[in-house]
Design a protein around this ligand. Structure first.
Ligand code: 1CP
Length: 346
């Protein structure tokens, strides 16, 4: 029995109502923390991700500071692509940028000729970092993560960040075979990255399909859901969280027929409505509005109270933000939210 099995997070993911509602924050390990900015000086983002001691320390910082119920592994969704030998950089203030965008059938063929198993073979630094983290965390769980095939493809096909992800969505229809080849390969790459984190001791995983909300429900079902499912299948008995932004119209689909134990909800949809859509067999995660982190405390306090109250409509609830912590967030506000959530009746 793993040491984290009775933690509030794992219990909530299994559908129990622990004594306090668990809370963690997407992007808790990152730029809102001065101790993070200090550690990162002079080290490029992807180099930091592949330095086991550094990645472990950055992962642990927010747990020590805020007392959150889980750590999220400090890494990035493009790390497994770097491990596969794909030329990618994370540009400060911009995000992931690829030297060779993957736009044609030939581009897809070149990329997918790389064995996804090469990710597992190159994941030593990831396993080492996770090992250090879980040792220090004790009975606090570590959440491993990966990018979902569509969100990764949104960067790969475009060559960098984009608003509407037009090129990736166009490929689905212009060349469905190329699309399915690409997305199927990405699913294996993400599964390998998740597998490495699980082997080294992660207690739960989250699949980030951050940009899935840009898809129509029909496209989501035909071109995306089967590949997200493939990324999450075959990981053994581990709780799975599935997250996206703006996913109201596809929220029920994001359950992946029960493969996801929890579904992340952004701030646009109240959690009681989300719970009604998801039915009684799925835990909800969310959905504090990141915009309210700068509001006067009484306003934020009332909002957090409302989120917890609406979360009672679901079988269980993991409190989080609706999306990542904005870089300019005052970290003391996050610590205060943790104290508040832990003090509220689950
Ligand atoms: O120099 C820096 O500090 C770079 C900023 C940064 C950080 C701290 C990036 C670049 N990635 C990360 C870490 C990261 N990325 C984590 C760490 C753990 C934590 O949550 O604390 C995680 C989970 C991710 C996952 C990630 N990367 C996602 C999915 C989550 C989300 O926010 O929706 C996405 C979309 C990315 C791509 C990415 N990487 C970095 C940026 C700025 C972006 C987004 C670019 C864009 O807007 O398209």
């Amino acid at each position: 029995m793993p040491r984290t099995a009775d933690s509030a997070l794992l219990r909530a993911l299994r559908g129990d109502r622990p004594a306090h509602t668990p809370v963690w924050f997407m992007r808790q390990a990152g730029r809102s923390l001065p101790e993070y900015r200090e550690l990162r000086v002079g080290t490029r983002m992807l180099d930091a991700c592949l330095d086991p001691a550094l990645a472990a320390e950055i992962t642990l910082q927010p747990v020590r500071r805020h007392g959150v119920d889980a750590a999220i592994f400090f890494s990035d969704i493009v790390v497994p692509l770097r491990l596969a030998g794909v030329e990618v950089e994370i540009q400060p203030g911009r995000g992931p940028v690829f030297a060779d965008p993957v736009r044609t059938r030939d581009d897809v063929a070149r990329l997918t000729s790389i064995e996804p198993a090469s990710v597992a073979a190159a994941a030593g630094p990831v396993r080492d970092a996770v090992g250090i983290v879980v040792e220090e965390l004790g009975d606090t769980p570590l959440i491993g993560f990966a990018g979902a095939p569509f969100t990764l493809a949104a960067y790969l096909v475009e060559g960098g960040p984009s608003k509407e992800h037009l090129r990736a969505r166009a490929m689905m229809h212009a060349d469905p075979e190329a699309w399915h080849g690409l997305a199927g390969w990405l699913a294996q790459v993400s599964a390998a990255f998740l597998g490495a984190q699980i082997e080294a001791g992660a207690s739960a995983v989250q699949l980030f399909d951050s940009w899935a909300g840009s898809l129509s429900p029909a496209d989501y079902r035909a071109f995306v859901a089967p590949h997200s499912r493939a990324a999450l299948e075959g990981l053994g008995d581990i709780p799975r969280i599935h997250f996206g932004v703006g996913t109201g119209p596809i929220l029920a689909d994001m359950r992946l027929d029960g493969l996801a134990d929890a579904v992340g909800v952004d701030w646009r949809m109240p959690l009681d409505e989300a719970a009604a859509v998801l039915g009684g067999r799925t835990t909800v995660q969310g959905n504090i509005d990141p915009a309210l982190l700068t509001a006067p405390w009484p306003v934020l306090e009332a909002h957090v109270g409302d989120v917890v109250a609406r979360g009672r409509a679901a079988r269980a609830h993991v409190v989080n933000l609706g999306h990542g912590v904005p870089p300019e967030t005052d970290p003391d506000v996050l610590t205060r939210i943790v104290g508040l959530v832990h003090s509220l009746q689950p």
